[in-house]
Design a protein around this ligand. Structure first.
Ligand SMILES: [Zn+2]
Length: 117
């Protein structure tokens, strides 16, 4: 089969539209085959005739989910004081400058954020 004809046939199968975010933050929809901008709802790319599908377009959209706060309650020894990594069950031992140190998985060593009650 001739390569051009083959390419034309493949374009008859719809391909998912891409959503492109420019550096300015402006978004536009683009043909996944030729990358040209298309209008929302186009069923065929006006540039290359690629059949377009809009079904899963949302998956391409960037979602800014922000952050949430997670809380975990766990037991510490009775003589634990805030910042005492040695007694903290979260800490793990690692080597720093050929010395064993207690490292905090939450990167709070030296500025412990635990609430002890
Ligand atoms: Zn196209």
């Amino acid at each position: 089969m001739h390569e051009d004809l083959r390419a034309e046939l493949i374009k008859q199968f719809s391909a998912e539209v891409m959503e492109v975010t420019e550096q300015t933050g402006k978004k536009y929809y683009a043909c996944p085959t030729c990358k040209r901008a298309i209008s929302r709802g186009d069923t065929k790319c006006p540039g290359c005739n690629q059949a377009l599908s809009w079904v899963n377009i949302r998956q391409h959209e960037e979602r800014h989910v922000g952050t949430k706060t997670a809380m975990l309650t766990f037991e510490v020894p009775g003589d634990f004081v805030k910042g005492n990594c040695r007694k903290c069950p979260l800490s793990y031992i690692t080597r720093s400058n050929s010395e064993n140190i207690y490292e905090c998985p939450l990167k709070m060593r030296g500025s412990c954020g635990l609430t002890v009650s």
